[in-house]
Ligand binder design. Structure first.
Ligand code: HXC
Length: 513
């Protein structure tokens, strides 16, 4: 028995040694942690249980049978994060560059299956040179197996991907299918084709960081939802992100304990600028409405004209979608529409109620927008809100103009409650533009056209630049003093807690992609 235990211990030690001290050192020199160190920081202490530690590859080409490492480049298993069961895999760059072999893929698939069967989130820590080149098609097959399971799991369990190193070629498509991607500045990159191929095909000179680093994907492409300064920050973000989510689509997120306090927020009465055309940062309104320091912004640096993220309201997890007047006056454009649509769909998948703060002058005009599909992209947001069955509440703080009024979670497309502040302006367009169109003849034939225009602008504004026409119709349920907003929202979300919506039977809808 003793020698057998010694043998087991020896094998475990070999697995823990990964690709050996030189490769571990090289990993550290790059400012990166090893696969096991990452798990140490991610999982609650002592809770991680490894599955498949002694798996090795089956490859025999190119002398591979002589080079085997226990674990085969990925550490996988389950454990707890803040007391909640979570499945995880962590690619080990010190073993064949974390490249994906047939067996490496099988290990990932195994824990994906377990996460699905047991209804718990899946986290992937990616650090890989891509397909194991020595294995050819079986490696490609392994990737496809993972992609397929990612799709099966989509909307069933939360799937989070942290990119901690290279993630190139087709490998990018697993994280891309998952719900959230986090990247680390300067040590991670994602691209379908790397700088060398880019240079050959398009003659562009570009570095890996420029082409697919964290900032690039956080600001330009929107591929990553978070760009983190270092790996520890990324790991802490993963934990925080998970805290707003339930274990699976059958559950609701757990409420944090909250002691009811005075919920009136007088500062909300003074947050809007005097002039309705002046910008302000909607984050100040979010902070004043939601529980203290509870807002976790998603996609912060991408499509900044709309702000999305998770927060808590009296301890309850909610998703917030807010037009951002501080950036492009808060217009809806292509990127803002797709950003918000994806977020809305995530919240709906996982029973996270939605709060919409609306101050939107409309859709952004121009050839750039039209040629890049604002019709299709705007429709995505409209579709996403319309199909969402979670509790949905809108607060119109200022402008709700044109098609954007309909799209931004209006009552007409299924919002449960719609509040407006007395400063709300709900109209087809701004009074100036409206007067110019409907009083064109009167203005052009007037003795003083400028004066006439102002007169007609005022007339239009008096009728529509307020929330009362909409309130008379019931399109707005209540016009409220801003200071009352938090109190009203807490009560309304409580009232909607057991909301049930029966949707028509269908295979699935056809969101305009
Ligand atoms: C096997 C690999 C490997 C791979 C790296 N290694 N990538 N082994 N298959 N794909 C090994 C190296 O041989 C080396 O082994 C160790 O990992 C570290 O690699 P280095 O090159 O020394 O590290 P570094 O300088 O940091 O460069 C990292 C790298 C580079 C940029 C990722 O290794 C690289 O370009 N690798 C190939 C990437 C690639 O083309 N992959 C296929 C993409 S296509 P030793 O023994 O020296 O430690 C793809 C298709 C997926 O993935 C399709 C899905 C549908």
């Amino acid at each position: 028995m003793k020698t057998k235990i010694e043998l087991l211990k020896d094998k475990i030690a070999q697995a823990n040694a990964a690709g050996g001290p030189a490769r571990v050192e090289s990993q550290h020199k790059k400012g990166k942690l090893t696969a096991r160190e990452r798990l140490h920081f991610l999982m609650d202490e002592g809770t991680f249980e490894e599955i498949g530690m002694l798996v090795t590859h089956r490859s025999t080409d190119f002398g591979m049978e002589k080079e085997k490492y226990y674990g085969d480049g990925v550490v996988s298993g389950y454990g707890q994060i803040n007391g909640r069961l979570t499945y995880v895999f962590s690619q080990d760059f010190t073993v064949f560059g974390g490249s994906l072999s047939e067996t490496h893929a099988e290990k990932i698939c195994k824990i994906m299956d377990m996460a699905m069967k047991n209804g718990a989130p899946l986290i992937g820590l990616n650090d890989s040179g891509g397909a194991r080149i020595q294995e050819g098609v079986v490696s490609l097959g392994g990737y496809a197996d993972i992609f397929y399971k990612n799709v099966q799991a989509s909307g069933v369990i939360p799937q989070l991907s942290a990119i901690m190193g290279p993630c190139a070629g087709g490998a990018v498509y697993s994280p891309a299918i998952t719900d959230f991607i986090l990247m680390v500045e300067n040590t991670s990159y994602m691209f379908v084709t790397g700088p060398n191929v880019v240079k050959t095909v398009t003659h562009e000179n570009v570095t890996s960081e420029e082409l697919g680093g964290a900032s690039t994907h956080a600001e330009k492409s929107g591929v990553t939802h978070f760009a983190c300064a270092n790996e520890i920050e990324a790991i802490n973000h993963l934990k925080k992100l998970l805290s707003y989510m339930p274990q699976n689509c059958e559950e609701i997120p757990s409420n944090l304990h909250y002691t009811a306090a005075e919920e009136i927020r007088p500062e909300l009465n003074d947050l809007l600028p005097e002039n309705a055309n002046q910008p302000y940062d909607v984050r100040t309104i979010i902070a004043a409405i939601t529980d203290e320091a509870s807002f976790l912004e998603v996609h912060q640096a991408y499509a900044e004209n709309i702000v999305v993220g998770f927060a808590r309201l009296a301890g309850r997890s909610i998703g917030v979608v807010a037009n951002q007047p501080a950036y492009l006056a808060g217009v809806l454009d292509n990127h803002a529409s797709t950003k918000a649509a994806r977020f809305v769909r995530f919240c709906d998948c996982f029973n996270i109620p939605l709060l919409v703060l609306e101050d939107v002058p409309g859709f952004l005009p121009g050839t750039d927008q039209e040629w890049n599909g604002i019709i299709t992209n705007g429709a995505k947001l409209l579709y996403a809100f319309s199909e969402a069955t979670v509790p949905r509440i809108t607060v119109i703080t200022r402008k709700a103009y044109g098609g954007a009024y309909d799209v931004m979670n209006s009552k007409h497309i299924g919002a449960d409650m719609n509040y407006a502040w007395p400063t709300a302006e709900i109209a087809v367009m701004g009074a100036k533009g409206a007067a110019e169109i409907i009083f064109k003849r009167e203005i052009s034939t007037a003795e003083d056209p400028e004066q006439k225009w102002l007169e007609k602008e005022k007339l239009y504004a008096d009728i529509f630049a307020n929330p009362y026409r909409a309130a008379e119709r019931g399109f707005v349920d209540e016009v409220i003093e801003p200071a009352q907003t938090r109190k009203k929202l807490i009560k309304a979300f409580q009232m909607l807690e057991n909301k049930v919506v029966n949707t028509p039977r269908k295979k699935h809808g056809n969101i305009p992609l």
